[in-house]
Design a protein around this ligand. Structure first.
Ligand SMILES: *Cc1c(COP(=O)(O)O)cnc(C)c1O
Length: 416
């Protein structure tokens, strides 16, 4: 392990803007075009057979398992994450479902952080109904993860920064634990994105990104991705089906994901959406640097404001995992949450805001704001909200590209 700077990895901008050309674009184009063909024809039947048997590299057979356009986006994500390969999906939830339902089986057990995206928490319920048990623990301390392990625990799942509470798991220690016990470590990197953090540096075997969020940035396309970091030993993983044992052991996890989750389940990213996400990703590093700086300024302003009871942002010294964030992340990201003082009228306060859009969603170029308890965590109920540390007055902010001064002035007048 090197020093902290090494861990934070290289700046991703150059990789992203040259990725398409690096892997080859028809006619010298600088963007991979939108390939809408569902079928792919071959001059020689040997090549058609080769595509089915995996010996014809880079070939396509049917668009449900990917297209040249989605493959170009996958290459981009692989470069950003420093991985060995990526499979893209129609949404971030499809990417998570693919991992949990094609790499776990009935009778298996998984340990997850209790602070996860609400729909992921809902998916855990579905998994339970299918016989895959999920234990939810406070993963900010590795001991809680260790205490929940069972002989049949195959996987540990965390998110880099939890939404909306911004809790950060004990990233590196959990990675060490997974390596010792041969468990698959899955990290959802959606909030930080590879521009701020590569989960590979803490031992993750698989990395999930919802491409819908900051990787696209424009809020005009849905997508998800799973990247294999190359660290996990698939040869020792019992849940790889015999059909996929014949490929290079390093590729077995992705092969099963692509075949089972795309071919059998069909949650495929369309070429149009892949192209839009790809264009958005070109400016990822710039956007995330900018929105992180603005978020920190806004967080400091809110923290000093008498109408605000608490601010949750990893780069504030008051954040419980501030040291962890400083150690692993290049910046704090665009996600923050704050709690209004009791007795203040939350709805009236939010209605006075002019710039932020009152909307659900994350990682958009525009600032989005939402009161958490009565909306995205309403269905979860008070017990789950309490377990996830969601106070009734909690407000989530996804900071966009507006100028920091303008945003702060707007919050200032709304809170006055
Ligand atoms: C949004 C989100 C997802 C799901 O992504 P979709 O593209 O909306 O399906 C998964 N994980 C996290 C952390 C998210 O924020």
């Amino acid at each position: 392990m090197g020093n902290a700077e090494d861990k934070k990895g290289p700046l991703p901008a150059s990789a992203t803007v040259h990725a398409d050309r690096r892997f080859g674009v028809e006619h010298g184009g600088i963007h991979k075009p939108i390939h809408t063909s569902v079928q792919y024809g071959f001059d020689r039947v040997e090549d058609l057979i080769g595509v089915f048997q995996g010996t014809f590299k880079g070939g396509f057979n049917y668009a449900r398992q990917g297209t040249p356009t989605s493959a170009a986006l996958e290459n981009k994500i692989t470069l950003l994450e420093g991985g060995i390969g990526t499979v893209s999906f129609s949404t971030g939830m499809a990417a998570l479902t693919a991992i949990f339902l094609t790499l776990l089986r009935a009778g298996d057990h998984m340990v997850s952080s209790q602070f996860v995206f609400g729909n992921t928490n809902s998916l855990f319920g579905t998994m339970g109904d299918l016989g895959i048990a999920v234990s939810k623990v406070d993963a900010c301390a590795v001991d809680n993860v260790r205490a929940a392990l069972r002989p049949n625990t195959r996987m540990v799942f965390v998110e880099t920064v939890a939404n909306p509470g911004t809790q950060i798991p004990d990233l590196e220690a959990i990675g060490d634990l997974c390596r010792e016990r041969g468990m698959l470590y899955v990290v959802d990197n959606t909030i930080t994105s590879p521009a701020l953090f590569q989960p590979k540096t803490v031992g993750a075997g698989l990395v999930v990104n919802s491409l819908t969020k900051t990787i696209a940035g424009h809020g005009a396309a849905l997508g998800g991705a799973v990247t294999d970091t190359g660290l996990f030993d698939w040869a020792a993983y019992p849940n790889i089906s015999p059909s996929y044992r014949s490929v290079d052991p390093r590729q077995q996890g992705l092969q099963q994901l692509r075949k089972k989750a795309l071919r059998d389940m069909g949650a495929t990213l369309s070429p149009e959406q892949a192209h839009r996400i790809s264009l958005g990703a070109e400016t990822l590093a710039l956007r995330v640097a900018q929105t992180s700086a603005t978020a920190l300024s806004l967080a400091r302003f809110l923290q000093s404001h008498p109408a605000v009871a608490a601010v949750h942002y990893p780069m504030l010294e008051s954040h419980p995992q501030h040291a962890m964030a400083m150690r692993h992340f290049k910046a704090g990201s665009w996600l923050m949450a704050f709690e209004l003082r009791e007795g203040l009228d939350m709805q009236a306060t939010l209605n006075r805001l002019q710039l932020p859009i009152k909307a659900t969603g994350l990682g958009d170029n525009r600032t989005l704001i939402i009161p958490v308890a009565p909306t995205i965590f309403w269905e979860a109920g008070p017990a789950v909200r309490a377990q996830m540390g969601i106070a009734d007055g909690l407000v989530r902010v996804s900071v966009g590209l507006e100028a920091a001064d303008e945003l702060i002035a707007d919050f200032g007048q709304a809170l006055a």
